[in-house]
Design a protein. Structure first.
Length: 231
């Protein structure tokens, strides 16, 4: 079966520019869903990119829908590929990397393997994958879907979601949630920089966070209980 739907509206550039200032883990302090599982790792960890999610559901040994999407891409799109449980066949390689880059894609996340990582670097397309495989798919065009809701690394991805991807992982979220989450993250990043200066100056982390007193009080409470009950 085939299901090919229209390309989604792209996220407003101003919102993406705001999101691009954030680190995924800064938002991950406040939001615990929409984050792709950590087994999906960056090929180019030095890169941070943002874009509009376009989705593909590509079954088994058939990469036909991935190939079809390449002809639909627009500058600023971020490709999100649900391999429907297949972690054996690589649906992505050098040719798809170059074609996506030429079409203007800003990145790709694959819930499965790709072929070797050198082509991502050669063609300057950041990728996030579950690793590599020399066993490639073929563009049979026997079924699949484009721009339907998918699951990538346990995160639900809808076409038109915003994507933030960096060295720590991949975050997807509705565009109307970008502003408040980004401002919370940026505030945290400012405070984190100040905290790092305090650590460099030798301040005890446990004291700064109020943990030392809590743990010491807990230990004292346990000591008294042991004494009372003869432990």
């Amino acid at each position: 079966m085939f299901d090919v739907r229209a390309m989604p509206l792209q996220v407003e550039p101003e919102l993406l520019a705001l999101l691009a200032q954030c680190r995924t883990e800064s938002i991950g302090h406040h939001r615990h869903w929409g984050l792709v599982h950590g087994a999906i790792r960056p090929v180019m960890p030095e890169r941070r990119v943002v874009g509009t999610a376009v989705t593909v559901a590509a079954p088994g040994h058939d990469s036909g829908m991935v190939t079809h999407l390449l002809g639909m891409l627009r500058p600023g799109d971020f490709i999100c590929i649900d391999r429907l449980g297949d972690n054996h066949n690589a649906c992505w390689g050098g040719g798809t990397t170059l074609a996506a880059r030429v079409a203007g894609a800003v990145g790709v996340v694959i819930d499965g393997p790709a072929t070797g990582s050198s082509k991502f670097q050669e063609y300057d397309l950041p990728g996030w994958t579950r690793g590599t495989s020399p066993i490639t798919c073929h563009p049979y065009g026997m079924g699949g879907a484009i721009n339907i809701p998918v699951s990538v690394g346990g995160a639900v991805v809808l076409p038109g979601y915003a994507v933030l991807a960096d060295e720590s992982g991949v975050l997807v979220l509705p565009p109307d949630e970008i502003a408040y989450l980004a401002h919370m993250a940026l505030d945290r990043q400012v405070k984190s920089a100040a905290n790092l200066d305090r650590i460099r100056a030798g301040e005890n982390q446990g004291n700064r966070m109020g943990l030392t007193g809590r743990i010491e009080a807990g230990l004292e409470g346990e000591r008294k209980l042991r004494e009372h009950f003869g432990g």
